[in-house]
Design a protein around this ligand. Structure first.
Ligand code: OSB
Ligand code: MG
Length: 369
């Protein structure tokens, strides 16, 4: 695949609803999109790095400069046969996994288009539909939270994940369980707790949560394994898992029983598949995480979620939960059973809305071979 040009752009897009986690509040997204041109085909990738280095050490501005000065020039010089060749092309650059993923995923999309198969099939997907859950941010009040849950359950979502932090945990789990004793319910602390909180976290066992996501430090395995020994409830790791070796370490140390795979966090589809396979071989279920993506990232998440070991509902939800209007068509929709149908057409199966993206663009840069 000869890449003729790489177009980088930053778009600014307000979220339909503000999203609050233990690390901060997001009301509007600044997003780096990359577009590859190759022999008459075009393919897009979305970088999931945030506006600030709060979820991980990457942010849109570091991703921009690394893409412009290191990654895009390497990709333009190379001649990858497909997405699987890209990690080798980027190997000299350490870290910057979200920046790498945007370009690598676009190459996989391009490969699927050129071979006239679906991206899901190219990745090794086997599911025709994927089970979907939602992640509900910290709310101004408990009443507001219960309303949100009601709306998402009515829409059919199969699992509710509650963002939590000290002071927004036990009482909300208690209230939600009282109203909905049977639903699949989990929580995500985004590293908001410390060792002094172990007894407190252990007290959540009574709420029968499906999992507790990343309760401790973003870069930790050891203390999560200490905590897991104290819990009935499964720990799920998100931030800590950067690659296949991390997944193996976490599984062997019993730091978690479930893994959240985010394709950006692990550096692209190649490593995401490697994490998926390592977990599958060891009987650890995975699910696909979300990073408030536009449709471009969202459809890549859908393709990844079609792999067999994505057996738990992911944070892959409809466009309308995030955006007044998405930048792809058709928009991503979820059935009344809480499922998204995996597209079978060539490539991602969705079309990018160029005019709308142009309107949202605040900076642009083209690099050519
Ligand atoms: O930890 O899963 C997370 C959003 C931004 C950053 C981190 C996380 C999240 C979410 C939202 O939980 C998931 C989504 O996009 O639906
Ligand atoms: Mg998380």
């Amino acid at each position: 695949l000869n890449i003729d040009a790489i177009h980088m752009r930053e778009i600014n897009m307000p979220l339909a609803h503000p999203f609050e986690t233990s690390f901060g509040l997001t009301t509007s997204r600044r997003i780096l999109l990359v577009e590859l041109e190759s022999e008459g085909l075009t393919a897009w990738g979305e970088c999931v790095a945030g506006e600030h280095p709060y979820f991980s050490d990457e942010m849109i501005d570091t991703a921009w400069i690394i893409t412009e000065t290191e990654l895009a020039p390497r990709l333009l010089d190379a001649n990858p046969e497909g997405g699987g060749d890209v990690p080798e092309i980027f190997k000299q650059v350490r870290g910057h996994r979200m920046a790498k993923a945007a370009l690598e995923n676009a190459v996989w999309d391009l490969e699927a288009q050129s071979r006239r198969i679906s991206l899901a099939e190219l990745l090794g997907g086997t599911r025709e539909v994927i089970p979907c859950g939602v992640s509900i941010g910290i709310q101004p009040s408990l009443e507001k939270l219960l309303e949100k849950i009601e709306t998402d359950l009515a829409a059919g979502y199969q699992r509710i994940k509650l963002k939590c932090k000290p002071g927004w945990d036990r009482h909300i789990f208690e209230a939600v369980r009282k109203r909905w004793p049977e639903i699949l319910l989990s929580c995500d602390a985004n590293s908001a707790y410390r060792m002094k909180d172990f007894d407190h976290i252990a007290s959540w066992d009574e709420f029968n949560l499906l999992m507790i996501e990343q309760p401790l430090w973003y870069d930790d395995f050891y203390f999560h394994s200490m905590l897991q020994k104290r819990l009935e409830t499964a720990i799920c790791l998100d931030e800590s898992i950067r690659n296949r070796r991390d997944a193996l370490a976490a599984i062997d140390m019993e730091s978690c029983q479930i893994i959240n795979i985010k394709v950006g966090r692990v550096g692209g589809f190649s490593e995401a598949i490697a994490v998926h396979n390592a977990a599958e071989e060891r009987g650890i279920p995975v699910w696909c995480g979300g990073m408030l993506e536009t449709g471009i990232g969202r459809v890549h998440n859908i393709a990844l979620s079609s792999l067999p070991n994505f057996s738990l509902p992911g944070d892959v939800s409809a466009s309308v939960r995030f955006w007044a209007q998405d930048i792809i068509e058709p928009e991503v929709t979820v059935s009344a059973k809480g499922e998204i149908t995996v597209p079978t057409g060539a490539g991602s199966g969705y079309a990018v809305m160029r005019g709308r993206i142009e309107d949202l663009t605040v900076r642009k840069q083209t690099l050519r071979a």
